[in-house]
Design a protein around this ligand. Structure first.
Ligand code: AMP
Ligand code: ZN
Length: 488
């Protein structure tokens, strides 16, 4: 599989440290508010990547942190802690806020068919690991203590700014807040590994450390959590493009300084979802959530399709018109699939050829838009339903749009409607109580035969049956809803 690598700025063949196994790390949410659908675009695309790696036979271990401490309101080491901000806003404790929004995040993920990572680790679970790593960095001469905080010394690195060949637009996100002058820093690009009480007095969550009571910087958590669960080699690290700098740049700096060798080769960054008015942001008040989509009548899976129709390395503009178009496309896909009949033999040659289109698209830097086209190709193909259904089921292990389940629901509803229509169309009612069952059966069969004859416009036969029934003492009363009969 060819995948664009933000580190090398080229499309590379995807390789792992251990053949057949992928250690995958995903920067998790900062749980001080609901995730907006921009955040979720990143997680949807990462989910498809993970599922495709599994589809191609890799054994994947996916680790995600939950940022419940340390992420300041600026990506530089300034401003208030985001979690504390959330707690103040809602007059709750930081841990209450973290629990509520972590649960809300995974509930949204479930609705979007985003698989639960194999390991989910809140930062506050790993304080000893962070302290150990910061101690190691000080020992190795990569970190220093100044005015109560421990800083990473970027001047000790051979190379910093590993992602800086990215377009200016991408990097601008990371530096947008500007760096407030921090006189304790030796170099402008140094960053905090551990804050002590000397800085933010009102920090709610604090831990004892060799440098005083305090709390970790944001970047250290992802390095330490990745090392804890994936070992010294991470095969694939993911996040939204705003994470590239400074967060991922700093992760690489401290991880490689700590372990003394290359840490992660493949970096996967998802470009942003924007609105016509600009970037979507959690911190700037109003933002779009999964619940809002549902309130407005859009299934979260329609949003998943909306995301998959675009390439992850292109910014995507959200619009309600775009969602309407996707909803129509989704419903049409489901309706078409609902007409396919299960059973029969699969045409293997056709199956292989159509599957090849799908894998070619996905191997081509996760081109999900082309993969969706491959799905349409299946529906248009001149092959039997069994082959089509087998292919759709196969693609759906990766795309996970709920198409088969939704189609089954549609088919079930259609069958129920048909049955209901049949019932209201034609009811035979006996209005004489206490008749012999065999006699009733015989009469009803004759009534049915008469109706069939009428339908076939064989009126002579219909009259003949009526006469037979009259001879049996049966009187018929025809109505729009069916026939009722009495026995005299
Ligand atoms: P946060 O909760 O702010 O830590 O962000 C969670 C994830 O969403 C990170 O991977 C971010 O890079 C990503 N992200 C933030 N904003 C957007 C956006 N507008 N579009 C796509 N991904 C985003
Ligand atoms: Zn991270």
């Amino acid at each position: 599989m060819q995948l664009y690598n933000s580190l090398t700025h080229t499309r590379d063949e995807f390789v792992t440290h251990e053949p057949g196994k992928v250690g995958m790390y995903t920067c998790g949410p900062t749980v001080y508010h609901f995730a907006h659908i921009g955040n979720l675009r990143s997680y949807i695309m990462e989910d498809v990547l993970e599922k495709y790696l599994r589809y191609t036979g890799y054994e994947v271990k996916r680790v995600m942190n939950i940022t419940d401490v340390g992420h300041l309101s600026s990506d530089a080491d300034t401003g208030e802690d985001k979690m504390l901000k959330g707690a103040k806003r809602e007059k709750k404790t930081v841990m209450e806020i973290a629990k509520f929004y972590t649960d809300a995040f995974f509930a949204d993920c479930a609705k979007l068919h985003i698989k639960m990572p194999d390991v989910v680790e809140p930062a506050t679970n790993c304080i000893p690991e962070f302290i150990q790593m910061v101690e190691g960095l000080i020992e190795k001469g990569y970190a220093y203590l100044a005015e109560g905080n421990v800083y990473f010394d970027t001047s000790k690195l051979e190379e910093y700014y590993v992602f800086n060949k990215q377009e200016a637009e991408d990097l601008a996100v990371g530096v947008r807040d500007g760096v407030e002058e921090d006189t304790a820093k030796r170099n402008k690009t140094d960053f905090v590994l551990w804050f002590t009480k000397s800085k933010f007095e009102d920090q709610e969550l604090k831990w004892d450390s060799p440098w005083g009571v305090g709390y970790p910087g944001w970047h250290i958590e992802c390095s330490a959590i990745s090392l804890k669960h994936l070992g010294e080699y991470c095969d694939l690290h993911c996040g939204g493009i705003d994470n590239a700098f400074p967060h991922h740049t700093n992760e690489i700096a401290q991880s490689e300084a700590y372990i003394g060798h290359e840490w992660c080769r493949q970096w996967f960054h998802v470009l942003h979802l924007n609105t016509n008015t600009g970037k979507m942001s959690k911190s700037s008040g109003e933002f779009l959530t999964v619940s809002l989509l549902e309130e407005k009548g859009y299934s979260p899976l329609v949003y998943r399709l909306f995301c998959l129709q675009s390439h992850y390395r292109k910014s995507l503009v959200f619009s309600w018109e775009g969602m309407d178009g996707t909803k129509t496309a989704y419903n049409k896909l489901v309706a078409k699939i609902a007409t396919l009949k299960d059973g029969g033999e699969i045409d293997q040659a056709q199956f292989d050829a159509l599957k090849q289109r799908f894998t070619d698209a996905m191997d081509n830097d996760l081109n999900t838009a082309l993969a969706i086209t491959a799905l349409y190709d299946v529906l248009k193909a001149k092959t039997n339903d069994a082959t089509k259904l087998a292919l759709i089921r196969d693609f759906e292990t990766v795309l996970d749009l709920g198409l088969i389940e939704e189609a089954a629901k549609v088919a079930e509803l259609q069958a129920a409607a048909k049955a209901a229509a049949a019932v209201t169309e034609w009811v035979i009612t006996c209005e004489t109580p206490g008749l012999d069952e065999g006699f009733m059966k015989e009469v009803e069969e004759l009534i049915q035969a008469r109706a069939d004859a009428k339908k076939a416009k064989d009126f002579a036969k219909a009259d003949e049956i009526r006469d037979t029934l009259t001879g049996m003492g049966v009187t018929l009363k025809d109505s729009k809803g069916g026939v009722s009969w009495t026995k005299g």
